[in-house]
Design a binder for this molecule. Structure first.
Ligand code: GAF
Length: 388
């Protein structure tokens, strides 16, 4: 079990007792690329997790160790900066956020590792940021609230990973609740939990195994295109501060001035926000068929208007649509690879996995990994396995 191994490895490596923290990755049922447009998302924390062992070390140095890569990295806390060791950037980015808030971070030792596949769109980076943020907050007694820790993770992502991401991934990792999805209004930061029983409807992820290299640069480009759309709409509708405030009529009316690309980006975002609203209602009514239709609509918009899908993800969604017992499927996360999310009737899961695996191999000669996920609680301190 990763927790046990990481706790033991910390002892061996650093020779003292750490605080242990569990930080989950996330799925998002619907509401993609809406978070940085002030819109709605519907994520949940899942049982793909990163474990942290962290302790202060009575020095001015951060000693970091990636259990999975078996690599170490050491830095003076006062000198943290972004460099080419990518995994350490996420951790240093969090330290920098404490410092930016005027909080002095003393030397600490940190070992982390887990089972969130890297580059699969399950937010391993957000889990790393939130796990360390939570651990330092506990060890320093700084009492930052969870929303602030989420923002700090997001800013670490901006400044130390170069991706201008929204808040969804960090929020989901910190605010997850077992057997619930949570709808976040990314403008007001109000949120609401909806029960989601994975015994009645399984969440199965299909990992395409690809991550196209343009993912981060295209992500930032999409964000910029949305900002361009807002700047144009704002001239006519001063109340439009983000695409969340725009209507389809407004977007249609200014189609020419927006230009084809920005027009389609705006149309997708406005429609996706409407889909989150309709899908949430379907969820409350227990209408999984209708919920699934919104997921297919989301995928079509991401593929045709937002253009963040790719051949592998499209094949996975097209095939899923034909498998009995599948309520809905779509690409998930930033796009250009990673996973599709599929809602599947429990008695059809085995057939679904077999059919998808075979079809993916037949059509693209690629190996499919699938994960049946459970919805779990957000980041928390956990007891040492030995003391249980
Ligand atoms: C990535 C980002 F990190 C999120 O903030 C979100 O924008 C998502 O892509 C797309 O919905 O996971």
């Amino acid at each position: 079990m990763p927790l046990q191994s990481i706790a033991a490895a910390f002892q061996r490596h650093f020779g003292h007792e750490p605080l242990l923290v569990r930080a989950p990755g996330r799925v998002n049922l619907i509401g993609e690329h809406t978070d940085y447009n002030g819109g709605f998302v519907l994520p949940a924390a899942i049982d793909k997790e990163i474990y942290f062992a962290v302790a202060l070390n009575d020095s001015t140095t951060a000693r970091l160790h990636s259990y999975d890569l078996n690599e170490s990295y050491t830095t003076e806390i006062s000198e943290v900066h972004r460099d080419e060791t990518q995994w350490a950037n996420y951790l240093k980015g969090v330290v920098a956020q404490f410092q930016k808030r005027g909080i002095e971070v003393p030397g600490f030792d940190c070992m982390f590792g887990g089972n969130i596949p890297i580059g699969a769109g399950l937010s391993s980076s957000a889990a790393v940021e939130c796990g360390l943020g939570f651990a330092l907050n506990e060890l320093l007694g700084t009492r930052l609230d969870r929303m602030e820790l989420a923002r700090m993770g997001q800013q670490a992502e901006h400044e130390y990973a170069g991706v201008r991401s929204g808040l969804m991934d960090q929020f989901a990792s910190l605010f997850g609740r077992p057997e619930h999805v949570v709808r976040l209004d990314c403008r007001s930061l109000d949120y609401e939990y909806f029960p989601f029983n994975t015994e009645n409807c399984h969440i199965v992820l299909c990992n395409s195994g690809v991550k196209h290299s343009l993912a981060s640069s295209e992500y930032n480009t999409r964000r910029h295109e949305c900002e361009q759309g807002v700047a144009i709409l704002q001239k006519y509708y001063p109340q439009v501060h983000s695409l969340r405030d725009a209507t389809l009529e407004q977007v249609e009316k200014h189609r020419e001035e927006l230009g084809d690309v920005v027009y389609r980006r705006c149309r997708y975002v406005v429609e996706e926000n409407l889909r989150v609203e309709s899908a949430s209602n379907h969820l409350l009514e227990g209408n999984l068929e209708a919920f699934g239709q919104d997921m297919y609509g989301s995928h079509a918009g991401l593929r045709d208007d937002y253009e963040v899908s790719c051949k592998e993800l499209d094949v996975l969604v097209d095939v899923a649509r034909t498998v009995p017992g599948v309520y809905g499927a779509r690409m998930m996360g930033g796009g250009f690879g990673g996973c599709t999310i599929n809602l599947v009737a429990p008695d059809q899961v085995d057939n679904f996995v077999a059919t998808m695996t075979q079809a993916y191999h037949e059509k693209l000669q690629l190996k499919l990994e699938t994960y049946k996920t459970k919805i779990v609680g957000g980041v928390e301190a956990v007891a040492s396995p030995a003391s249980k």
